[in-house]
Design a protein around this ligand. Sequence first.
Ligand SMILES: NC(=O)c1ccc[n+]([C@@H]2O[C@H](COP(=O)([O-])OP(=O)(O)OC[C@H]3O[C@@H](n4cnc5c(N)ncnc54)[C@H](O)[C@@H]3O)[C@@H](O)[C@H]2O)c1
Length: 337
Amino acid sequence: MQNRLMKKRLMKKEGWAVAQYTVLSTSPTFTKYSPQAAGILEKKGCRLVMIPPNGLREREDFKAVLAEAHVWVVGINKVYAEDLEAAPNLKLIIKHGTGVDSIDLKAAAARGITVANAPGTNANSVADLAFGFMLSLARQIVSADKRTRDGFWGTVMGKDVYGKTLGVLGLGQIGKGVIRRASGFDMNIFGYDLVHDSQFEKEYRVRAATLEEIMSEADYISVHLPLLESTKNIIDRSLLEKMRPTAFLINTSRGGVVDETALYDLLKEKRIAGAALDVFATEPPRQSPFFELDNVIVAPHMGAYTEGAMGAVSEIVAESIVRVLAGKEPLSVIKTN
Ligand SMILES: NC(=O)c1ccc[n+]([C@@H]2O[C@H](COP(=O)([O-])OP(=O)(O)OC[C@H]3O[C@@H](n4cnc5c(N)ncnc54)[C@H](O)[C@@H]3O)[C@@H](O)[C@H]2O)c1
């Protein structure tokens, strides 16, 4: 106790802000690409404690910091009701990114903990990846690289992207980003969403369509729906079976939105041409059957990870933290009930 007091006095004497609040981050990239974000927290008297997400619940330091934490910055890890029971001071859980399906929202609501995220900041990086996947699938870039290194020198016959039909499922920030890119490739664009942004649809010549229409007509289908009760396995076997044998599916949203078993069966039987998956129903997808298929490109949930996007996300998260600690609303609050 005396030691702590002495340390506080010394910190004050040397002009350091005395940490009033503990911010736990289990997102390894929080503040990594933005010294400004770290500065925002420091200025407000926040002590930032970074704990890696792997094997989180076996770590003693995690339990100790959670018991003190006022804020929890969450990355890809889950947040369970038991975690919240062990965090009596927690005021805010904030996602260092967009998707909050890994957080027990009901448990947070029951304890009066605000949940927030930082949407939109990584939309361009995810849209870039989705578009990159589309080009890679069409031109077999990933397998051509491997084969050329192995000594192959011959024709790799690709499919066209320019002028083809693209179906975008979910016309939020990311889906719209994909459409903006696709318009530069003169693609015919179909869009599916519950909400209509008629100005955007007009500007980018997006034809609003049903899921059935898109699945049966598009050459490329890019999924950007959030994982909710209403969207779980929404792209089910009957919809996947409607796809053309020459069509490709790209999923950079959440694995649980697409019926993975049905997708695997159709890819294996070559009833659809290929797929690119940044996300899986269970992550990490150890020994996934998709790994056996040569018409699939896989990635480790990397859509959001560009340095620019991570820096921008960190700044929004830091701003929201200081707002909540000052008794205000975060920049983007999640409704928990
Ligand atoms: N791969 C990655 O690293 C990565 C990074 C960020 C986000 N994501 C995922 O991408 C998803 C989309 O992100 P966003 O920023 O575009 O979100 P967003 O909230 O801007 O857009 C989601 C869109 O889906 C629509 N929608 C919701 N439920 C629907 C339904 N049942 N039927 C039709 N439309 C429905 C909404 O109206 C909205 O327009 C996120 O929820 C997240 O799961 C992945």
